[in-house]
Write a protein that binds this ligand. Sequence first.
Ligand code: UN1
Length: 458
Amino acid sequence: MTGTITSTSPADPARVLGEFPEAGAAAVGAALDAARAAAGDWGRGPAAARAAALHDAAEAVRAAGDDLVDLVVAEVGKPLVEARAELARGVAILRYHAQGALDPDGATYPSADGRTLLMARRYPLGVAGLITPWNFPVAIPLWKAAPALAAGNAVVWKPSPEAAAVADRLGGILATVLPAGVLSVVQGGGDAGAALVDGADGVSFTGSVGVGTRVALAATARGIPVQAEMGGLNASVVLPDADLAATAATVAAAAMGYAGQKCTATSRVVVVGDSAPFTDALVAAVDALVVGDPADAATVVGPVIRADAAAAVVAAAAAGGTVATGGERLDRPGWFVAPTVVTGVDPHADVAQREVFGPITAVLGVADADEAVRVTNDVEYGLVTALFTRDLDRALDLAGRFDTGMVKVNAPTSGVDLHAPFGGEKRSSIGPREQGKAARDFYTSTRTIAISPAGARA
Ligand code: UN1
Protein backbone atom coordinates (compact mmCIF):
# COMPACT_ATOMS: atom_id res chain seq x y z
CA MET A 1 0.00 0.00 0.00
CA THR A 2 1.46 3.33 -0.96
CA GLY A 3 -0.03 6.69 -0.19
CA THR A 4 0.48 10.32 -1.01
CA ILE A 5 2.81 12.81 0.66
CA THR A 6 1.13 16.14 1.19
CA SER A 7 3.74 18.77 1.89
CA THR A 8 2.68 21.81 3.91
CA SER A 9 4.46 24.89 5.24
CA PRO A 10 5.44 24.89 8.93
CA ALA A 11 4.95 28.68 9.00
CA ASP A 12 1.45 28.31 7.58
CA PRO A 13 0.26 24.72 7.88
CA ALA A 14 -2.83 25.41 5.75
CA ARG A 15 -0.56 26.11 2.77
CA VAL A 16 -0.07 22.99 0.67
CA LEU A 17 3.13 22.99 -1.39
CA GLY A 18 2.53 19.83 -3.34
CA GLU A 19 1.31 16.27 -3.36
CA PHE A 20 3.66 13.47 -4.25
CA PRO A 21 2.83 9.81 -4.75
CA GLU A 22 4.87 7.58 -2.48
CA ALA A 23 7.14 5.13 -4.21
CA GLY A 24 6.36 1.57 -3.17
CA ALA A 25 8.92 -1.22 -3.22
CA ALA A 26 8.24 -1.82 -6.95
CA ALA A 27 8.89 1.82 -7.87
CA VAL A 28 12.07 1.89 -5.79
CA GLY A 29 13.13 -1.35 -7.51
CA ALA A 30 12.50 0.22 -10.92
CA ALA A 31 14.62 3.26 -10.00
CA LEU A 32 17.40 0.95 -8.84
CA ASP A 33 17.20 -1.04 -12.09
CA ALA A 34 17.36 2.16 -14.16
CA ALA A 35 20.31 3.35 -12.08
CA ARG A 36 22.13 0.07 -12.50
CA ALA A 37 21.58 0.16 -16.25
CA ALA A 38 22.96 3.72 -16.39
CA ALA A 39 25.83 3.21 -13.94
CA GLY A 40 28.06 1.28 -16.34
CA ASP A 41 28.39 3.93 -19.04
CA TRP A 42 28.48 6.71 -16.48
CA GLY A 43 31.16 5.13 -14.32
CA ARG A 44 33.32 3.77 -17.14
CA GLY A 45 32.98 6.88 -19.28
CA PRO A 46 35.48 9.73 -19.18
CA ALA A 47 35.84 11.57 -15.89
CA ALA A 48 35.82 14.80 -17.90
CA ALA A 49 32.22 14.06 -18.91
CA ARG A 50 31.20 13.67 -15.27
CA ALA A 51 33.05 16.89 -14.42
CA ALA A 52 31.22 18.72 -17.20
CA ALA A 53 27.83 17.37 -16.11
CA LEU A 54 28.45 18.44 -12.52
CA HIS A 55 29.50 21.91 -13.67
CA ASP A 56 26.25 22.04 -15.65
CA ALA A 57 24.38 20.93 -12.53
CA ALA A 58 25.98 23.76 -10.54
CA GLU A 59 24.88 26.24 -13.18
CA ALA A 60 21.35 24.81 -13.30
CA VAL A 61 20.97 25.00 -9.50
CA ARG A 62 22.35 28.54 -9.50
CA ALA A 63 19.92 29.52 -12.23
CA ALA A 64 17.00 28.08 -10.23
CA GLY A 65 18.06 30.60 -7.55
CA ASP A 66 15.21 32.51 -6.00
CA ASP A 67 12.54 29.96 -6.91
CA LEU A 68 14.34 27.16 -5.15
CA VAL A 69 15.18 29.41 -2.20
CA ASP A 70 11.52 30.42 -1.83
CA LEU A 71 10.48 26.78 -1.87
CA VAL A 72 13.04 25.94 0.85
CA VAL A 73 11.74 28.84 2.96
CA ALA A 74 8.13 27.75 2.49
CA GLU A 75 8.55 24.00 2.86
CA VAL A 76 10.98 23.64 5.76
CA GLY A 77 10.65 27.09 7.35
CA LYS A 78 14.30 28.00 6.85
CA PRO A 79 14.86 31.76 7.26
CA LEU A 80 15.50 33.47 3.92
CA VAL A 81 19.10 34.46 4.64
CA GLU A 82 20.04 30.89 5.59
CA ALA A 83 18.12 29.45 2.64
CA ARG A 84 20.08 31.72 0.27
CA ALA A 85 23.33 30.67 1.90
CA GLU A 86 22.33 27.02 1.54
CA LEU A 87 21.67 27.41 -2.16
CA ALA A 88 25.06 29.11 -2.62
CA ARG A 89 26.64 26.27 -0.65
CA GLY A 90 24.92 23.73 -2.90
CA VAL A 91 26.33 25.40 -6.00
CA ALA A 92 29.80 25.50 -4.46
CA ILE A 93 29.56 21.80 -3.52
CA LEU A 94 28.69 20.89 -7.12
CA ARG A 95 31.58 22.94 -8.48
CA TYR A 96 34.02 21.46 -5.97
CA HIS A 97 33.11 17.88 -6.83
CA ALA A 98 32.96 18.66 -10.56
CA GLN A 99 36.62 19.56 -10.29
CA GLY A 100 37.23 16.57 -8.01
CA ALA A 101 36.10 14.21 -10.76
CA LEU A 102 39.48 14.94 -12.36
CA ASP A 103 41.54 14.12 -9.26
CA PRO A 104 44.00 11.22 -9.34
CA ASP A 105 41.98 8.01 -9.00
CA GLY A 106 44.66 5.84 -7.54
CA ALA A 107 48.29 5.36 -6.68
CA THR A 108 51.20 3.21 -7.82
CA TYR A 109 53.53 1.25 -5.57
CA PRO A 110 57.03 -0.12 -6.02
CA SER A 111 56.65 -3.80 -6.87
CA ALA A 112 58.63 -6.67 -5.42
CA ASP A 113 60.25 -7.58 -8.75
CA GLY A 114 60.74 -4.02 -9.95
CA ARG A 115 59.06 -4.80 -13.28
CA THR A 116 55.47 -5.30 -12.25
CA LEU A 117 53.17 -2.27 -12.39
CA LEU A 118 51.53 -2.40 -8.97
CA MET A 119 48.68 0.00 -8.50
CA ALA A 120 45.64 0.67 -6.40
CA ARG A 121 42.75 2.23 -8.23
CA ARG A 122 39.41 3.57 -7.07
CA TYR A 123 36.26 2.15 -8.65
CA PRO A 124 32.70 3.35 -8.12
CA LEU A 125 30.41 1.25 -5.93
CA GLY A 126 27.69 1.12 -8.57
CA VAL A 127 24.39 2.51 -7.30
CA ALA A 128 24.57 4.79 -4.27
CA GLY A 129 21.39 4.99 -2.20
CA LEU A 130 20.99 8.35 -0.46
CA ILE A 131 18.57 8.97 2.40
CA THR A 132 18.43 12.61 3.43
CA PRO A 133 16.70 14.77 6.05
CA TRP A 134 14.52 17.83 5.59
CA ASN A 135 16.64 20.40 7.42
CA PHE A 136 19.24 21.00 4.70
CA PRO A 137 17.10 19.96 1.74
CA VAL A 138 19.59 21.25 -0.86
CA ALA A 139 23.05 21.04 0.72
CA ILE A 140 22.91 17.54 2.25
CA PRO A 141 21.55 15.78 -0.86
CA LEU A 142 24.17 17.59 -2.95
CA TRP A 143 27.06 16.85 -0.63
CA LYS A 144 26.18 13.17 -0.97
CA ALA A 145 25.14 13.08 -4.64
CA ALA A 146 27.96 15.22 -6.05
CA PRO A 147 30.88 13.08 -4.81
CA ALA A 148 28.93 9.90 -5.59
CA LEU A 149 28.38 11.03 -9.17
CA ALA A 150 31.89 12.42 -9.58
CA ALA A 151 33.30 9.02 -8.63
CA GLY A 152 31.15 7.35 -11.28
CA ASN A 153 28.20 6.06 -9.30
CA ALA A 154 24.56 6.32 -10.25
CA VAL A 155 22.32 7.65 -7.48
CA VAL A 156 18.87 6.81 -6.18
CA TRP A 157 17.84 9.44 -3.65
CA LYS A 158 15.10 9.16 -1.06
CA PRO A 159 14.49 12.53 0.56
CA SER A 160 12.53 13.15 3.74
CA PRO A 161 8.78 13.49 3.10
CA GLU A 162 8.97 16.85 4.91
CA ALA A 163 11.08 18.18 2.04
CA ALA A 164 9.32 16.38 -0.81
CA ALA A 165 8.65 19.52 -2.87
CA VAL A 166 12.25 20.76 -2.72
CA ALA A 167 13.49 17.27 -3.59
CA ASP A 168 11.10 17.04 -6.51
CA ARG A 169 12.34 20.41 -7.82
CA LEU A 170 16.03 19.73 -7.20
CA GLY A 171 15.80 16.23 -8.65
CA GLY A 172 14.12 17.69 -11.74
CA ILE A 173 16.89 20.26 -12.15
CA LEU A 174 19.61 17.62 -11.87
CA ALA A 175 17.80 15.28 -14.26
CA THR A 176 18.02 17.91 -17.00
CA VAL A 177 21.83 17.78 -17.01
CA LEU A 178 22.49 14.10 -16.24
CA PRO A 179 22.01 11.07 -18.49
CA ALA A 180 18.72 9.21 -17.91
CA GLY A 181 18.75 6.93 -14.89
CA VAL A 182 21.94 8.36 -13.41
CA LEU A 183 20.04 10.16 -10.66
CA SER A 184 16.47 9.53 -9.62
CA VAL A 185 14.31 10.58 -6.72
CA VAL A 186 12.06 8.17 -4.89
CA GLN A 187 9.61 9.85 -2.55
CA GLY A 188 8.44 8.09 0.56
CA GLY A 189 9.01 7.18 4.18
CA GLY A 190 10.55 4.23 5.96
CA ASP A 191 9.29 1.59 3.51
CA ALA A 192 10.84 3.32 0.52
CA GLY A 193 14.05 3.79 2.53
CA ALA A 194 14.12 0.10 3.44
CA ALA A 195 13.59 -0.90 -0.21
CA LEU A 196 16.47 1.38 -1.19
CA VAL A 197 18.82 -0.14 1.41
CA ASP A 198 17.74 -3.54 0.10
CA GLY A 199 18.90 -2.88 -3.45
CA ALA A 200 21.66 -0.25 -3.44
CA ASP A 201 25.40 -0.97 -3.54
CA GLY A 202 26.13 1.51 -0.73
CA VAL A 203 23.99 3.76 1.46
CA SER A 204 24.64 7.23 2.79
CA PHE A 205 22.14 8.38 5.42
CA THR A 206 21.61 11.55 7.44
CA GLY A 207 18.88 11.66 10.06
CA SER A 208 18.03 10.31 13.50
CA VAL A 209 20.06 7.85 15.55
CA GLY A 210 17.19 5.38 15.65
CA VAL A 211 16.67 5.20 11.90
CA GLY A 212 20.38 5.55 11.09
CA THR A 213 21.27 2.61 13.30
CA ARG A 214 18.60 0.45 11.62
CA VAL A 215 19.85 1.51 8.18
CA ALA A 216 23.42 0.65 9.18
CA LEU A 217 22.37 -2.77 10.50
CA ALA A 218 20.37 -3.58 7.36
CA ALA A 219 23.19 -2.44 5.07
CA THR A 220 25.79 -4.37 7.04
CA ALA A 221 23.61 -7.49 6.91
CA ARG A 222 23.71 -7.17 3.11
CA GLY A 223 27.45 -6.57 3.13
CA ILE A 224 27.31 -3.13 1.54
CA PRO A 225 29.13 -0.03 2.78
CA VAL A 226 27.13 2.39 4.87
CA GLN A 227 27.67 5.85 6.22
CA ALA A 228 25.24 7.40 8.72
CA GLU A 229 25.35 10.94 10.06
CA MET A 230 23.01 11.25 13.00
CA GLY A 231 22.40 13.47 15.94
CA GLY A 232 24.42 15.80 18.04
CA LEU A 233 24.25 17.22 21.53
CA ASN A 234 26.84 19.85 20.93
CA ALA A 235 28.39 21.96 23.63
CA SER A 236 29.69 25.48 23.44
CA VAL A 237 32.29 25.71 26.19
CA VAL A 238 32.89 29.21 27.54
CA LEU A 239 36.07 29.92 29.50
CA PRO A 240 36.19 32.90 31.89
CA ASP A 241 38.48 34.91 29.59
CA ALA A 242 36.14 34.72 26.58
CA ASP A 243 34.82 37.93 25.06
CA LEU A 244 31.41 38.06 26.78
CA ALA A 245 29.22 39.88 24.27
CA ALA A 246 30.74 38.42 21.11
CA THR A 247 30.60 34.89 22.53
CA ALA A 248 27.00 35.33 23.66
CA ALA A 249 25.98 36.49 20.18
CA THR A 250 27.78 33.58 18.50
CA VAL A 251 26.34 30.98 20.88
CA ALA A 252 22.82 32.44 20.60
CA ALA A 253 22.96 32.14 16.81
CA ALA A 254 24.44 28.63 16.96
CA ALA A 255 21.71 27.49 19.35
CA MET A 256 18.71 29.26 17.85
CA GLY A 257 19.43 29.94 14.17
CA TYR A 258 16.88 28.07 12.03
CA ALA A 259 15.14 27.29 15.32
CA GLY A 260 18.00 25.00 16.38
CA GLN A 261 17.16 22.45 13.69
CA LYS A 262 20.71 21.48 12.79
CA CYS A 263 22.60 18.46 14.00
CA THR A 264 25.39 20.97 14.61
CA ALA A 265 23.30 23.34 16.78
CA THR A 266 24.50 24.24 20.29
CA SER A 267 22.20 22.46 22.71
CA ARG A 268 24.42 22.77 25.79
CA VAL A 269 26.38 25.78 26.98
CA VAL A 270 29.09 24.76 29.44
CA VAL A 271 30.23 27.83 31.38
CA VAL A 272 33.42 27.66 33.44
CA GLY A 273 33.46 29.65 36.69
CA ASP A 274 30.73 32.12 37.65
CA SER A 275 28.03 31.39 35.06
CA ALA A 276 25.76 34.35 35.92
CA PRO A 277 27.37 37.10 33.77
CA PHE A 278 27.55 34.88 30.69
CA THR A 279 24.03 33.56 31.20
CA ASP A 280 22.71 37.14 31.35
CA ALA A 281 24.59 38.03 28.17
CA LEU A 282 23.31 34.87 26.43
CA VAL A 283 19.69 35.52 27.41
CA ALA A 284 19.99 39.12 26.17
CA ALA A 285 21.48 37.90 22.88
CA VAL A 286 18.74 35.28 22.47
CA ASP A 287 16.01 37.80 23.24
CA ALA A 288 17.46 40.11 20.58
CA LEU A 289 17.01 37.48 17.82
CA VAL A 290 14.23 38.20 15.36
CA VAL A 291 11.61 35.45 15.53
CA GLY A 292 8.97 35.27 12.84
CA ASP A 293 8.10 34.72 9.21
CA PRO A 294 11.00 32.83 7.60
CA ALA A 295 10.36 34.69 4.33
CA ASP A 296 11.38 37.94 6.05
CA ALA A 297 15.06 38.76 5.49
CA ALA A 298 15.44 39.92 9.11
CA THR A 299 14.24 36.63 10.62
CA VAL A 300 16.76 34.41 12.40
CA VAL A 301 14.34 32.02 14.13
CA GLY A 302 11.45 30.66 12.09
CA PRO A 303 9.06 27.83 12.92
CA VAL A 304 9.95 24.26 13.81
CA ILE A 305 9.00 21.59 11.33
CA ARG A 306 5.86 20.08 12.90
CA ALA A 307 3.41 20.50 15.75
CA ASP A 308 5.00 17.64 17.70
CA ALA A 309 8.42 19.28 17.36
CA ALA A 310 7.02 22.45 18.95
CA ALA A 311 5.44 20.43 21.74
CA ALA A 312 8.77 18.66 22.37
CA VAL A 313 10.53 21.99 22.98
CA VAL A 314 7.87 23.13 25.44
CA ALA A 315 8.01 19.77 27.24
CA ALA A 316 11.82 19.82 27.43
CA ALA A 317 11.76 23.33 28.89
CA ALA A 318 9.32 22.22 31.57
CA ALA A 319 11.30 19.10 32.45
CA GLY A 320 14.12 20.52 34.53
CA GLY A 321 16.10 23.61 35.45
CA THR A 322 14.89 27.20 35.35
CA VAL A 323 13.47 28.71 32.16
CA ALA A 324 15.44 31.95 31.76
CA THR A 325 13.64 32.88 28.54
CA GLY A 326 11.15 31.23 26.20
CA GLY A 327 9.58 27.86 26.98
CA GLU A 328 6.30 28.61 25.20
CA ARG A 329 4.60 28.41 21.83
CA LEU A 330 4.09 31.76 20.15
CA ASP A 331 0.54 32.95 19.76
CA ARG A 332 0.42 32.87 15.97
CA PRO A 333 -0.40 30.30 13.29
CA GLY A 334 2.41 27.91 12.44
CA TRP A 335 4.77 25.88 14.58
CA PHE A 336 6.57 28.73 16.33
CA VAL A 337 8.27 28.34 19.71
CA ALA A 338 10.06 31.10 21.60
CA PRO A 339 13.86 30.58 21.69
CA THR A 340 14.43 28.95 25.06
CA VAL A 341 17.32 29.05 27.51
CA VAL A 342 17.18 26.76 30.54
CA THR A 343 19.64 27.38 33.38
CA GLY A 344 20.67 25.50 36.50
CA VAL A 345 20.54 22.24 34.58
CA ASP A 346 22.08 19.07 35.94
CA PRO A 347 24.38 17.58 33.26
CA HIS A 348 22.51 14.28 33.57
CA ALA A 349 19.03 15.81 33.25
CA ASP A 350 17.03 14.78 30.22
CA VAL A 351 17.28 18.22 28.61
CA ALA A 352 21.09 17.95 28.71
CA GLN A 353 21.22 14.35 27.45
CA ARG A 354 18.57 14.05 24.74
CA GLU A 355 18.57 15.87 21.40
CA VAL A 356 15.42 18.00 21.13
CA PHE A 357 16.08 19.47 17.65
CA GLY A 358 14.50 22.81 18.42
CA PRO A 359 15.32 26.30 19.69
CA ILE A 360 16.39 25.29 23.17
CA THR A 361 19.72 25.28 24.94
CA ALA A 362 20.72 24.29 28.47
CA VAL A 363 23.31 26.22 30.49
CA LEU A 364 25.52 24.00 32.62
CA GLY A 365 27.85 25.64 35.14
CA VAL A 366 31.17 23.93 35.90
CA ALA A 367 34.07 24.74 38.22
CA ASP A 368 37.03 24.39 35.88
CA ALA A 369 38.21 23.37 32.42
CA ASP A 370 38.70 19.73 33.39
CA GLU A 371 35.10 19.50 34.53
CA ALA A 372 34.05 21.24 31.30
CA VAL A 373 35.76 18.48 29.30
CA ARG A 374 34.11 15.77 31.42
CA VAL A 375 30.63 17.27 31.12
CA THR A 376 31.04 17.99 27.41
CA ASN A 377 32.05 14.38 26.73
CA ASP A 378 29.48 12.81 29.07
CA VAL A 379 26.79 12.29 26.41
CA GLU A 380 26.14 9.59 23.82
CA TYR A 381 26.80 11.94 20.91
CA GLY A 382 30.05 13.39 19.60
CA LEU A 383 29.53 15.66 16.62
CA VAL A 384 31.01 19.11 17.33
CA THR A 385 32.29 21.22 20.22
CA ALA A 386 32.93 24.95 20.22
CA LEU A 387 35.41 26.45 22.68
CA PHE A 388 35.50 30.15 23.49
CA THR A 389 38.70 31.61 24.91
CA ARG A 390 41.45 34.07 24.09
CA ASP A 391 44.11 31.79 25.53
CA LEU A 392 45.82 29.93 22.69
CA ASP A 393 47.63 27.50 24.97
CA ARG A 394 44.41 26.40 26.61
CA ALA A 395 42.69 26.15 23.24
CA LEU A 396 45.47 23.90 21.94
CA ASP A 397 45.29 21.68 25.01
CA LEU A 398 41.49 21.44 25.23
CA ALA A 399 40.82 21.06 21.49
CA GLY A 400 42.33 17.57 21.61
CA ARG A 401 40.32 16.45 24.61
CA PHE A 402 36.77 16.73 23.31
CA ASP A 403 35.32 13.45 21.96
CA THR A 404 33.75 15.07 18.91
CA GLY A 405 34.44 14.79 15.22
CA MET A 406 34.86 18.53 14.97
CA VAL A 407 36.20 21.15 17.39
CA LYS A 408 35.93 24.85 16.70
CA VAL A 409 37.55 27.64 18.67
CA ASN A 410 35.78 31.00 18.88
CA ALA A 411 33.32 29.95 16.19
CA PRO A 412 29.77 28.55 16.22
CA THR A 413 29.14 24.80 16.48
CA SER A 414 26.94 25.12 13.39
CA GLY A 415 28.27 25.62 9.89
CA VAL A 416 30.65 23.31 8.07
CA ASP A 417 33.33 23.65 5.40
CA LEU A 418 32.36 21.78 2.25
CA HIS A 419 35.98 20.85 1.50
CA ALA A 420 36.88 19.50 4.97
CA PRO A 421 35.91 16.12 6.48
CA PHE A 422 32.58 16.17 8.30
CA GLY A 423 31.37 13.64 10.83
CA GLY A 424 31.22 12.71 14.47
CA GLU A 425 32.23 10.26 17.14
CA LYS A 426 30.12 7.89 19.24
CA ARG A 427 26.41 7.81 18.31
CA SER A 428 26.72 10.78 15.98
CA SER A 429 28.20 8.86 13.05
CA ILE A 430 28.78 5.44 11.59
CA GLY A 431 31.26 4.89 8.77
CA PRO A 432 33.70 7.13 6.94
CA ARG A 433 33.53 10.92 6.95
CA GLU A 434 31.51 12.94 4.46
CA GLN A 435 32.48 15.96 2.38
CA GLY A 436 35.73 17.15 0.87
CA LYS A 437 38.17 14.52 -0.37
CA ALA A 438 37.02 12.22 2.45
CA ALA A 439 33.77 11.62 0.57
CA ARG A 440 35.60 9.58 -2.08
CA ASP A 441 36.58 7.01 0.53
CA PHE A 442 32.93 6.15 0.90
CA TYR A 443 31.77 6.28 -2.71
CA THR A 444 34.63 4.22 -4.12
CA SER A 445 36.25 0.89 -3.47
CA THR A 446 39.97 0.50 -4.02
CA ARG A 447 41.23 -2.45 -6.05
CA THR A 448 44.87 -3.44 -6.14
CA ILE A 449 46.06 -4.41 -9.59
CA ALA A 450 49.43 -5.94 -10.46
CA ILE A 451 50.47 -6.14 -14.12
CA SER A 452 53.58 -8.19 -14.73
CA PRO A 453 55.42 -8.65 -18.02
CA ALA A 454 54.27 -11.78 -19.87
CA GLY A 455 56.29 -14.82 -18.82
CA ALA A 456 57.87 -13.07 -15.86
CA ARG A 457 56.35 -15.50 -13.35
CA ALA A 458 57.00 -18.69 -15.31
C1 UN1 B 1 25.65 23.03 9.11
O1 UN1 B 1 25.76 23.18 10.32
O2 UN1 B 1 25.80 23.96 8.31
O3 UN1 B 1 21.77 17.61 9.52
C2 UN1 B 1 25.37 21.71 8.51
C3 UN1 B 1 22.53 18.49 9.94
C4 UN1 B 1 23.99 18.37 9.64
C5 UN1 B 1 24.48 19.46 8.75
C6 UN1 B 1 24.81 20.70 9.46
N1 UN1 B 1 24.23 17.08 8.99
O4 UN1 B 1 22.08 19.43 10.55
